[in-house]
Design a protein around this ligand. Structure first.
Ligand SMILES: [Zn+2]
Ligand SMILES: [Zn+2]
Length: 351
């Protein structure tokens, strides 16, 4: 199937148009016309080579919402016309203990990422959502719940599940005290989801300038991390901190905010961190943990939860040819809070 989109050709060049082929449908494949594609920090990091070299051309995008346009003969759960989503994974071994209990993101044999990965059967590079179409095996297609505004739902597929999964892993519910560091694409979803789960949410910010926005997103409190007295007064006041900062930083000042056995879960920065001091971890059995997206079943649970509670990301809609400006703005944290590409801004390729 012919399709078209935007690709990264090298780390130092802007994204540019790219015509390419999607595979012919296998028996268990779903073909999707992409309507909306979220713009994740990972797309920027990958395209700019921050995480190492990649096979070009590379089509980023792993926050995908669209509608089914064809299904293979063995597909059971989807039909033409269904609104569907695709997140950060498009395949896994489906055979190991991690896949068996629904955590395909930790597949023993390595999950297949939506882009910059290799198809398990043909070895061809996988290409992501900055394109008109995608073909994905049924097991990795999500059902979009009725009533959820599709034009705003795409960021749930990465930012949503990346923050929902640690909230569920550490049993956040009514009475939980949750801190959120960073108020970008991930952070603003962490606030909304934690509030919806019943938690008391404190946003940790370096400057008071974010206070109004944090409260507007539903946060209960804002703690200014440069205010020494306020930080001291807030010791032991949190059960879980979701750290969404996507660059190298120091977690040491935040650790005393956790209660005994509290956890700081890193979901933003993939790479080196500042050296940290162990006393706050030792004096209170506090943990630093990491967390990667969520399994397919948990992603569906998150989508259904957002459908029931009408939780939607705050989005700024762009056209496909505005992606390079969007990348530049995202690097400066100049977005509230997620760019979403309206894929109707790309003409379908001639058949
Ligand atoms: Zn992402
Ligand atoms: Zn597996």
């Amino acid at each position: 199937m012919k399709t078209t989109g935007y690709a990264a050709y090298s780390a130092d060049k802007p994204l540019a148009p790219y015509d390419f082929e999607r595979r012919e449908l296998r028996g268990n494949d779903v073909a999707i016309e992409i309507l909306y594609s979220g713009v994740c920090h990972s797309d920027l990091h990958t395209a700019r080579g921050d995480w190492g070299p990649y096979t070009a051309p590379l089509v980023p995008g792993h926050e995908i919402v669209g509608k089914v346009i064809a299904v293979g003969p063995e597909v059971e759960h989807y039909a033409v016309g269904d609104p569907v989503g695709v997140g950060c994974m498009v395949d896994s071994c489906q055979d190991c203990d991690q896949c068996d209990h629904g955590e395909e993101q930790y597949c023993r044999n390595g999950m297949t990422a939506t882009y910059d990965s290799k198809d398990r059967i043909t070895g061809e590079p996988t290409q992501g959502g900055y394109s008109k179409h995608i073909v994905v095996r049924e097991e990795f297609v999500l059902a979009m719940p009725d009533g959820l505004d599709l034009s705003r739902a795409a960021p749930l597929l990465c930012a949503g599940i990346t923050t929902y999964s640690p909230l569920r892993t550490w049993n956040v519910g009514p009475g939980s005290r949750v801190g959120v560091i960073g108020m970008g694409g991930l952070g603003h979803m962490a606030i909304k989801l934690a509030i919806a789960l019943g938690a008391h949410v404190t946003v940790l910010s370096r400057s008071p300038s974010k206070e109004k926005d944090a409260l507007e997103l539903g946060a209960d409190a804002v703690l200014i991390s440069t205010d020494k007295d306020a930080m001291k007064a807030a010791r032991n006041s949190l059960d879980l901190i979701i750290d969404t900062v996507p660059v190298k930083h120091d977690v040491t000042p935040y650790m005393p905010l956790l209660d005994v056995d509290g956890t700081l879960a890193i979901v933003g920065q993939v790479g080196p961190m500042e050296e940290f001091m162990t006393p706050p971890a030792i004096m209170g059995r506090r943990r630093i943990a990491g967390s990667l997206i969520g399994g397919i079943a948990e992603t569906q649970e998150m989508l259904d939860f957002c459908g029931r509670m009408n939780i939607l990301p705050e989005c700024e809609m762009i056209k496909m040819d505005e992606i390079n400006t969007a990348f530049d703005r995202m690097e400066k944290a100049d977005v509230r809070y997620r760019f979403v590409i309206d894929m109707s801004s790309v003409d379908a390729p001639a058949a």
